[in-house]
Design a protein around this ligand. Sequence first.
Ligand code: LLP
Length: 437
Amino acid sequence: HGTSRINEKGHLEIGSCDAVELVNRFGSPLYVMDEALIRERMRRYVKAFQSTNLPFQVAYASKAFSTLAMCRVVAEEGLHLDVVSDGELFTALQAGFPPDHIYFHGNNKTPQELEMGLEVGIGRFVVDNFVEMRLLNELARQKGKTVRVLLRTTPGVEAHTHNYIQTGQEDSKFGFDLVSGQVLEAVNSALQSDHLALEGFHCHIGSQIFEVDGFRMAIKKLSDFARECEETTGFVTRILNLGGGFGIRYNGDDSPLPVEQYVEAIAEAVRSGFADAEQLPEIWVEPGRSIVGEAGTTLYTVGTIKEIPGVRKYISVDGGMNDNPRTALYQASYEALLANRAPAPPEETVSVAGKLCETGDMLIWDIDLPKVKSGDILAVSCTGAYNYSMANNYNRVRRPAVVFVREGKAELVVRRETLEDLTRNDRLPERMLAAEP
Ligand code: LLP
C-alpha cells in the first residue's frame, strides 16, 4: 500500500523508512502511519467531488484515528472534522483545528458536551433525537446563540460489507426514523426551535461498504422525503450528509470500489433525486476508515512459538487484542509479512497470537509466512483505522507509540505508554495508605 516497498536489505520500508530501524528506534509494537498516503486519500475525495461540479464538503471521521498530529493533517488538507465525544473535540481544539469546521455526532451527547460545543463555537451539531433537540435549543438560548443543525436520520437502508438490505423500520439506536414519520416530526420541531437553524439531513448506512446501491437507495429515500418535507413545511434541504463507510482492502477477499466510483454514484443519485438544479443540496461525506486504514501498519516482534503437531502453529507477538481488537471483535482478517526479510517465499501456515491472557487474543488465523523465528519483525498491514483509536490497557498492557513516516523521516506523534501511565489515575484509599503492607 501507499509508499511501502522492500528495500535493498530485504526490509519493509514505509514512507522510505526502514521498518527494522523504526522498531530499533521507537520500540515494539509500533503503529506506523504513512502520512503521504493519508494526504493522498484526502485529496482523492476532494478531487473526485470537484469533478462532479456539485457543491460538497468532505469531513474526516475522527473515530477512525484521532491524535493531535492527525487533526493537523486534516486541517492542513482543508477537510472538516466529525467528532463524537468531548475527547475527540478536545483533541481537535488542542491541535488548533478551526471549530467552525467541526461538527458533533452522537446519540447521547451529554449536556456538558453540548455546552462545550456551544462555547467553543463548533460549526454544527448533528441532532440525533428529540431529547437532544430540546436540550440543545435550551442551552443555545441560555447562551444567546443560534446553532446550525442537521438531523440524523435512519432511512431504512443498511449496508453490509458485500451488499445492502432495506430494513423498513430500522432498529437502530441512532437518529430519527424516516419510515415511521419521525423525521418530519423532527423537522417541525427544529423549525419551531428559536435557537436552532436547520440546514439538512444526515444518514450513515454502514461501514466497509463495497457497492454503491446502498448509497443510491438512501439518497432516493432522503430526496423523496426532502421533496415531501418542502411541500408540507416549506423547509428546503441545503445539506445532505451521507456519512462514511467506504470500504478498503484488508486482504484479497475485499473488493472496494475506487473512491471516484462511490463519489460519482452519489453525485448521480443526488442529481436525479433533486430535480431542481438550482436547489441542489451540498453533499457531505465523512469517511474515516478509507482515509487512514490502509495508511497504517503495526510492527510487532515475534517472541514465543508453539507448534501442536498436525493442528496449528502459534507465533506470539508482543502486542495483541489490546492494540488491535478487531480480529477478536469482528473476525477481521489481516495480511502480514516479515518486515526483516520480506522477499522470502512462504514456507508454513501459522496463526499470529497476541500476548494477552485470553484464548481469543488472536491477530491473524492461518497465514502463510516464511519460516518464522523468534525476533522476527511482523508487519500487519491496514491497521490505520480503528486500531489505535480502539486500543486499551487490558491486562495492564501499555499502548504502543504511533509514528508518522514521510519521505524517509519518522516522527513520534504518540509516545509509548509507560508503566507509570498505568497507575497514574489509581488512588489508594486513606485506610490503605495508613497501613503499610
Ligand atoms: N459517520 C458516522 C456517523 C459513523 O458512525 C461512522 C462510523 C463514520 C462516519 C465513519 O465510517 P467509516 O468511513 O470509517 O466506515 N469499529 C468498527 C467501525 C465502526 C464504525 C462506526 N461508525 C471497525 O473497526 O470496523
